[in-house]
Design a protein around this ligand. Structure first.
Ligand SMILES: [Zn+2]
Ligand SMILES: [Zn+2]
Length: 83
């Protein structure tokens, strides 16, 4: 337990999953929890519906890649359940 992992929201979400073998299912890069009403952006990144709506209301960009995102560009998607 000597390893500190400080997750910077902006830095960490840009990288690909650092430990692929340990990844179980998918998690929202905004709230770090399993998706609730997963929603994708035009750039292909997936977030909770509420998370991405809140994010683009504030910043109008994808929190992961920084591309411009509008509410109209959001698409509800349905992922397989990995749990
Ligand atoms: Zn979320
Ligand atoms: Zn993106």
């Amino acid at each position: 337990m000597s390893k500190y992992r400080i997750f910077s929201f902006q830095d960490e979400t840009i990288r690909e999953a650092p430990e692929p073998a340990k990844v179980r299912g998918f998690k929202c890069p905004i709230c770090m929890a399993p998706f609730v009403e997963e929603t994708t952006t035009r750039c292909g990144h997936i977030f909770c519906k509420k998370c991405i709506e809140t994010a683009i209301t504030a910043h109008h960009i994808c929190p992961t890649c920084g591309k411009k995102v509008t509410h109209k560009a959001l698409v509800r998607v349905f992922l397989p359940n990995f749990n």
